[in-house]
Design a protein around this ligand. Structure first.
Ligand code: NAD
Length: 498
């Protein structure tokens, strides 16, 4: 489904996105009547006006979700029936793939081809995986005394507030909606203010698929105004959060200040890619490393932003990396199917990333390429693919999440040195190693502080593979069967037989 730039431009010109909140099965304006504009970062044009939800709207959405949960219309529905609705929901998402692709591309700037090849398939597989799994979850009868039967069942939590970021708007929502809805919870989804549109279409399609009113609500708006009241709400039983560490910590605080709701957090990273001299093919490794940092404009929690290269192949690796970066992930119009790199999400994010380029220079790292707004794209929020070499791991560019297309290459002496440097960070989301030595690879997997480890690969995985971090990268796991346990709780039932 490649189409042409002209095709997508035509579609974008006639697109009329829904911008109202979705509460209790219908679109409604914010009570206060507030609206905000969402802006296309490639052009600066307004994409849509969106309802600016506040505490009173959160109140309405939570009340609706709570009512639906208590009624049992979804929470006590046979798992197989929920599966049927979710399967239809996934089919409808697929049928609206082009609309979803346009909404997220216009909202946050990612290449339309990435939407079609990565975000939409990733969203579909999450919904389908959890729908298929839900009637395979079994309880347990424990081996207790002969005078009693004791069993443990898993039940949904209640109302789940899902607070998600802008870098994969549809997919981050789908990763959480899959397990939350499959297990019978009601949800209030709070998309990021930079990318609210796809969430609204998702909610409408859930109802079209046969999902009951009130089970899936969306409150658009800002973090402080809509996300915070949701996280503080006494009738919200869980917050499933993906976003920055700073806000992730706030979520834990809000839980403590309110009802001790469960909180899972998926936060940032500074993920290392380790390249050893004995890797199979340095050129292929370099090409993969380029994708691992510049894909999605570098706005990826698991971006391989620190590249640790063993000294004997250090210069050669930089040569191959530079060659590969010349063609892959070059800035372009995100609506052009050939484009591999769009603008950053906002002008603010662009300035933040350019600020880190200055910091890197001042810290004494060598700017090998990039570091500017590309000449041909001065109007949008673009930053060129950027590489710093001769980076020391103590520099801010090696320690702080830049969330843009900026790679740091750090020379290392051997694998032990590499692991020590790799672990010297507050984060622990993902890590990779390139080596042909089996023992080295497994030792690395054992010793690295990361929730996701790739050996001779990067960003590989599917719905079966857990996604989540060690340390300050968060405490949750998206995708995988474990996610089902995070949206349910156990109940122990003792039946006296005497
Ligand atoms: P962010 O933390 O600024 O915002 C995330 C969400 O939280 C948004 O919906 C926002 O409106 C809301 N929010 C902000 N302040 C809030 C508050 N005080 N109370 C309640 N809600 C609030 O993050 P972002 O800039 O949208 O996204 C980028 C971050 O997300 C990066 O750090 C990235 O690493 C992380 N991320 C992590 C994963 C993962 O799976 N680990 C995946 C994608 C993105």
């Amino acid at each position: 489904m490649a189409h042409t730039l002209a095709y997508w431009k035509d579609k974008a010109a006639t697109l009329v996105p829904e911008g109202r909140l979705f509460i209790d099965g219908r679109f409604v304006d914010a009570v206060g009547g507030g609206r905000f504009e969402t802006v296309n970062p490639a052009t600066g044009a307004v994409v849509a006006e969106v309802a600016r939800g506040t505490a009173v709207d959160v109140e309405r959405a939570v009340a609706s979700a709570h009512r639906a949960f208590r009624s049992g219309v979804w929470s006590r529905r046979d798992p197989r029936d929920r599966m049927t609705v979710l399967a239809r929901f996934a089919d409808l998402i697929e049928a609206h793939a082009e609309e979803f692709a346009l909404l997220d591309t216009l909202d946050m700037g990612k290449p339309i081809s990435d939407m079609l090849n990565i975000d939409i398939p990733g969203s579909l597989s999450s919904i389908r995986f959890f729908a298929e799994a839900v009637d395979k979850m079994e309880g347990v009868v424990t081996n207790t005394t002969a005078s009693a039967v004791h069993y443990i069942v898993r039940q949904p939590l209640g109302v789940c507030g899902l607070v998600v970021p802008w870098n994969y708007p549809l997919m981050m929502a789908a990763w959480k909606l899959g397990p939350a809805l499959a297990t019978g919870n009601s949800v209030v989804l709070k998309p990021a203010e930079q990318s609210p549109l796809s969430a609204l279409l998702l909610a409408r399609l859930f109802v079209e698929a046969g999902g009951p009113d009130g089970v899936f609500n969306v409150v658009t708006g800002f973090g402080e105004e809509a996300g915070k009241p949701l996280a503080l709400h006494m009738n919200v039983d869980k917050i499933g959060f993906t976003g920055s560490g700073e806000v992730g910590k706030l979520m834990l605080i809000y839980a403590g200040q309110s009802n001790m709701k469960r909180v899972t957090t998926e936060c940032g990273g500074k993920s290392p890619q380790i390249v050893l001299a004995d890797c199979e093919d340095l050129q292929t490794v370099a090409a993969t490393a380029v994708g691992a940092i510049y894909g999605n404009q570098g706005e990826v929690c698991s971006a391989g932003s620190r590249i640790l290269v063993e000294r004997p192949v250090y210069e050669e690796f930089i040569h191959h990396f530079t060659e590969a970066a010349r063609t892959a992930h070059q800035p372009g119009d995100p609506l052009d199917p050939a484009t591999t790199m769009g603008p950053l999400v906002t002008a603010e994010q662009q300035q933040r990333v350019l600020g880190y380029v200055d910091i890197g220079r001042k810290e004494g790292a060598r700017l090998a390429f990039g570091g500017k707004v590309p000449d041909a794209f001065q109007a949008g929020c673009y930053v060129e693919p950027t590489l710093f070499t001769d980076v020391d791991n103590s520099m801010r560019i090696a320690q702080e999440e830049i969330f843009g297309p900026v790679a740091s290459i750090i020379p290392v002496d051997d694998v032990d040195h590499a692991i020590a440097v790799a672990n010297d960070t507050i984060y622990g989301l993902a890590a990779s190693i390139w080596t042909t030595n089996v023992k080295t690879a497994h030792r690395f997997a054992r010793d690295i502080d990361a929730g996701i480890v790739w050996i001779n690969a990067y960003e590989a995985g599917d719905a079966t593979t857990p996604w989540g971090g060690f340390k300050q990268s968060g405490n949750g796991r998206d995708k995988c069967l474990e996610a089902l346990t995070q949206y349910t709780q156990t109940k122990s039932v003792w039946v006296d037989l005497r």
